[in-house]
Ligand binder design. Structure first.
Ligand code: DLZ
Length: 171
């Protein structure tokens, strides 16, 4: 369904497993800071509402979205997180700058996630303008930070469940 006619943030808490006992980090880009702060807050609130203990959540700021993968790599090096959530907002400009940033970030986050075997979530808006960004960070299209949080919990729970299955087989 086209995103223009669907509220993308109709995430229902009861459909998401509990985040109790998980450890997570939110990496937030400072560029377009009003938008990224709203996304990060939506993300944080959803994690806490779903059982994550506040002290098990770390918030890390990086200058811009381009730095999100490096920020994620640094925290992944601590080897203590069940998921890392990258929050940014790259707004289309007059040149192709935004495309280079968005493509690099999307590719790097995907690679980081696979190589580290830890879910690294792409919570980056790529709107055409600031209005579209506002619509998706607590406006008429909900808050994409909430979706990023729900995705992080689901993927972390999936990883935990497969680890437990492997252990119970006994070899
Ligand atoms: C340079 C730049 C531009 C033009 N636009 C954005 C943007 O819309 N969103 C964002 O998160 N960051 C932007 N940046 C900064 C880059 O992400 C990066 O911080 C710098 O290029 C330094 O590496």
């Amino acid at each position: 369904m086209a995103s223009s006619i669907q509220n993308l943030s109709s995430v229902v808490s009861k459909d998401v497993p509990s985040a109790k006992g998980m450890k997570m980090a939110i990496i937030r880009a400072e560029w377009n800071t009003k938008i990224t702060s709203a996304l990060a807050e939506g993300c944080r609130s959803f994690l806490i509402e779903n059982g994550l203990v506040e002290s098990d959540l770390d918030m890390v700021d990086v200058p811009g979205s381009f730095e999100l993968p490096m920020g994620a790599k640094i925290v992944l090096g601590q080897e203590k997180y069940d998921a890392v959530i990258c929050i940014g907002c790259v707004i289309r400009g007059e040149t192709k700058h935004d495309e280079y940033i968005s493509n690099a970030v999307a590719t790097s986050i995907s690679q980081l996630s696979i190589l580290s075997s830890t879910p690294v979530i792409f919570g980056v808006l790529t709107p055409n303008n600031i209005e579209q960004a506002k619509d998706r960070s607590g406006g008429k299209h909900g808050n994409k930070g909430v979706e990023a949080a729900a995705t992080a919990i689901k993927m972390a729970a999936l990883k935990k469940s497969k680890k437990q299955q492997k252990k119970s087989i006994g070899f």
